[in-house]
Design a protein around this ligand. Structure first.
Ligand code: DOR
Length: 426
């Protein structure tokens, strides 16, 4: 048995005194003494349910030179995540069970945290013919064509009907390509105008959210919106929830912590959707506070240094996020008083499990021993040289942050450990 002592334990909205016990893969009732237990001292730390990131790109199979299941799950562990959901823009695209198997084999072999893949909505993510929903359903968290919007309303309607029939959510990357110039580099806003960059129109996102919400009204499908970045999307989703639709959404740390006026012509600020205006950022914060924005997901999207070296115009879309999310969010949102810690934890640990039907994780005896030990008083500077991820492009490189993930435990195994030696006894 492992006994984590000296910290505070976050259980269903309450901060209790420790210790927390793990027996094998499960949380156990705390014994009266410490006899026979290995004591792990986590002084002044906060123990929370393991984070869940419902939107990551691990590039295996197909693009292992950018990230592998091993490097990606190691980065997840270092970020405090015990479950991640992997997007299907892979080679092969997981559109049949046979194509998904390649990824499942890597996961079985190399994953250090739990990985729940998505199946694609359409074959090859080509937007035309639907994937094999029935065969994939038992193995996937949901269906997504992330990286691209499903352009055809009829294909999306059919996808929602099929997803509903197999009891899985549609997880939508919303992007109407007819409303988008192909050479966009940044949000179509202040930065684009000031420095003469081609802009990405916010309606390319929210018009497709609007279309899909109409389809959800018709089909009754469970529907989750990926990387929400615009104030209009937030308003639409708020209204849909008010109307009782089974709708949820996520945004990313970079949309909450930055605005387009704070970026520079560097590939580490290039992602899809782009970082938007202060008004959009404020709407996302309000949405997080009132529960419209359910989850914070990183959209961890690693590329090679060369692929990210071509400035805003030429770099590929995508930034890494697993290893910076909690320190950045805690420092920028919680310490500043913008967001209560409980709200942040709800978006990182609670809502993702509820939405995707994963086993509850409340640190109660009998549940899986999936938890994260946070040191809320560990000032440090984000340094990409320390990342486990093969990707290094992040807008947060060099940021001063005040909290750190001290330890991550998944299924009773310590999968990440960053306690100062003098304080830890293992
Ligand atoms: O920035 C992004 N990167 N957005 C996406 O939608 C896809 C992702 C990727 O796969 O690199």
């Amino acid at each position: 048995m492992l006994l984590f002592t000296g910290g505070t334990v976050y259980r269903e909205g309450r901060f209790d005194e420790g210790p927390l016990a793990a027996d094998g893969a499960k949380i156990a009732a705390c014994p009266a003494g410490t006899d026979g237990a290995s004591v792990v001292q986590v002084p002044d730390c906060l123990i929370v349910p393991g984070f869940v990131d419902v939107h990551v790109h691990f590039r295996q199979p197909g693009f292992a030179y950018k990230e592998t299941i091993r490097s990606g799950t190691s980065a997840a562990a270092a970020g405090g995540y015990t479950t991640v959901c992997t997007m299907p823009n892979l080679q092969p695209v997981p559109d049949t069970l046979e194509h998904l198997r390649a990824q499942l084999d890597w996961i079985r072999r190399d994953a250090v945290v739990r990985v729940r893949p998505y199946g694609s909505i359409t074959r090859g993510e080509q937007g035309a013919e639907l994937s094999d929903f029935e065969a994939l359903a038992p193995y996937v968290a949901g269906f997504s064509d992330d990286g691209r919007g499903v352009q055809s309303r009829e294909v999306m309607r059919e996808a929602m009907e099929r997803a509903k029939a197999v009891g899985k959510p549609i997880v939508a990357h919303c992007e109407d390509e007819t409303l988008l110039r192909k050479d966009w580099a940044v949000h179509d806003g202040g930065f684009a105008r000031k420095y003469g960059f081609p802009g990405n129109a916010p309606e390319s996102e929210w018009k497709q959210v609007e279309r899909d919400l109409e389809l959800v009204r018709d089909t009754g499908c469970q529907y989750h919106v990926c990387h929400v970045s615009t104030k209009e999307s937030v308003a639409l989703i708020r209204e849909a929830k008010r109307d009782g639709l089974r709708v949820s959404c996520e945004t990313g740390p970079h949309y909450l912590a930055l605005t387009d006026m704070e970026i520079s012509d560097d590939g580490r600020f290039k992602m899809n959707p782009p970082i938007r205006s202060a008004a959009d950022r404020d709407a996302l914060l309000s949405g997080l506070l009132d529960g419209t924005v359910d989850c914070i997901a990183t959209d961890h999207a690693p590329h090679t240094p060369e692929e990210k070296s071509r400035g805003l115009r030429g770099s590929l879309n995508g930034v890494v996020g697993l290893e910076t999310a909690f320190p950045v969010l805690y420092t920028r949102l919680v310490e500043t008083g913008l967001v209560p810690l409980e709200t942040l934890l709800r978006a990182l640990c609670v809502r993702p499990r509820e939405i995707f039907g994963f086993a509850p994780c409340t640190l109660s005896p009998g549940e899986a021993a999936d938890f994260t030990v946070l040191d809320l008083n560990r000032p440090h500077v984000v340094d990409v040289a320390n990342f486990r991820s093969l990707g290094r492009a992040t807008p947060f490189d060099g940021w001063g942050v005040s909290a750190a993930v001290a330890m991550t435990v998944c299924g009773g195994n310590i999968v990440y450990h960053n306690l100062p030696d003098r304080e830890a006894t293992l």
